[in-house]
Design a protein around this ligand. Structure first.
Ligand code: MRU
Length: 383
């Protein structure tokens, strides 16, 4: 069975409810942009590329099922308003803002054509949104291929044989339209016979690692071990045969023009640990995650989430012997009354990043330590 976070056919969208994973695989129907806004805000769907695609497709579904104005300008105005609204759901990942910008351009072009009607604008929008779903999977497969080749060629362990890798958060099929970015690199190494072992962090406080990445690794039969976030330094010191980590590979929510990268909270400390232990640190992301308009990490808005994500955990009841999947409990794991700071992301400075893996290749810094990310957009229309 293929893991699918997003199920789409024209006029219908279902998302896998990631709050219920790994214990239950249930899909929610998404009928409108309002449904998508709530699903994204509540993190029933999450991961930078998946957020953008769900938002774009939700509006496509709404448009296909609604009674449409015959006037092109009115349909365009409706779409633009809904896209502006969708972008407010989560601020850090740029993929959604990037998708909204491109979709606005599509409808502006369609509405600007002579004798265009409402149906023409809708059709142009729906086609462009559907293309995003298809493109994301092929981009991820290419990221996986380029990343795996780079690791084999550029790490000491890779030159000698199969490698062990560490990843953080969830960047797999659940965070994208399919295959994944950083987890796609691990998938690609595995399918080439170049992976010895994968390690994933728990990724507190939302546990994307233990709930989602571990679920994907088990699903794909990839040899893997879960660690808590605080075990990463100890793991990097180990030099046993499977623990000898060749590289840490993570995803991204926004890569600034200079390469500074916003990603799941805890990424920054992993980058420091990698540098301290002589381990390569790689960011894997499609070009839709690279934001040339944001100069550096200082300009990235970091989403802060409710404190209860830190003080509470939720899961099916366990009576000490077995799980009861029918009873979901929320339990407190912190002292009542304590203040909580819960930034969802942090920024890793480009100095700590060895390579940015994209669908068009791996970008490395020049001899002055500068990433030239603008070069990978050359030749693209309108960018
Ligand atoms: O808060 P989340 O779960 O949406 O955060 C996800 C991450 O930080 C991922 O690493 C990133 O979005 C890339 S997903 C391919």
């Amino acid at each position: 069975m293929v893991l699918q976070a997003i199920k789409y056919s024209r006029g219908q969208l279902d998302i896998l409810d990631q709050l219920k994973l790994p214990h239950a695989e249930e899909y929610d129907h998404i009928y409108s942009s309002t449904d998508a806004w709530h699903a994204i805000k509540e993190m029933r769907t999450r991961g930078a590329p998946a957020i953008a695609i769900v938002a774009a497709l939700a509006l496509a579904v709404e448009l296909v099922n609604m009674k449409l104005s015959p006037v092109a300008e009115e349909v365009k105005a409706f779409i633009v308003e809904k896209l502006d609204y969708l972008v407010t759901s989560r601020p850090t990942a740029v993929n959604l803002a990037d998708a909204a910008k491109k979709l606005k351009k599509t409808v502006e072009d369609a509405a600007g054509k002579q004798s265009a009607n409402g149906e023409d604008v809708r059709e142009a929008y729906v086609k462009a949104a559907e293309k995003m779903l298809v493109d994301d999977v092929s981009d991820n497969e290419n990221i996986g291929k380029h990343g795996a080749e780079w690791v084999v060629k550029n790490t000491e362990a890779g030159k000698q044989g199969p490698v062990s890798m560490l990843t953080h958060c969830n960047t797999g099929s659940l965070a994208t339209a399919g295959y994944g970015t950083a987890l796609g690199v691990i998938r690609s190494l595995h399918s080439n016979g170049s992976l010895k072992h994968a390690f994933c962090t728990e990724t507190r406080p939302y546990n994307q690692g233990s709930r989602l990445t571990a679920f994907e690794l088990v699903h794909d039969n990839i040899p893997a071990t879960l660690i808590t976030d605080s075990m990463a330094a100890a793991l990097l010191r180990l030099k046993g045969s499977s623990e000898n980590i060749a590289a840490i590979v993570v995803g991204a929510d926004r890569v600034a023009a200079n390469g500074d990268t916003a990603n799941k909270i805890g990424t920054y400390q992993l980058a420091f640990l990698a540098r301290g232990h002589g381990v390569k640190f790689l960011v894997a992301a499609p070009r839709t995650t690279i934001d040339l308009d944001t100069k550096s990490g200082d300009d990235i808005v970091i989403e802060e989430r409710p404190g209860k994500e830190v003080t509470m955990v939720k899961g099916p009841r366990h009576d000490g012997v077995s799980l009861d999947l029918n009873v979901v409990e929320t339990v407190s794991i912190a002292a009542n009354g304590i203040n909580v700071w819960n930034p969802a992301f942090d920024v890793t400075p480009h100095e700590l990043i060895d390579g940015i893996i994209t669908e068009v290749g791996v970008v490395e810094k020049d001899s002055d330590g500068v990433f030239h990310l603008d070069e990978i957009f050359k030749g693209d229309d309108g960018t």
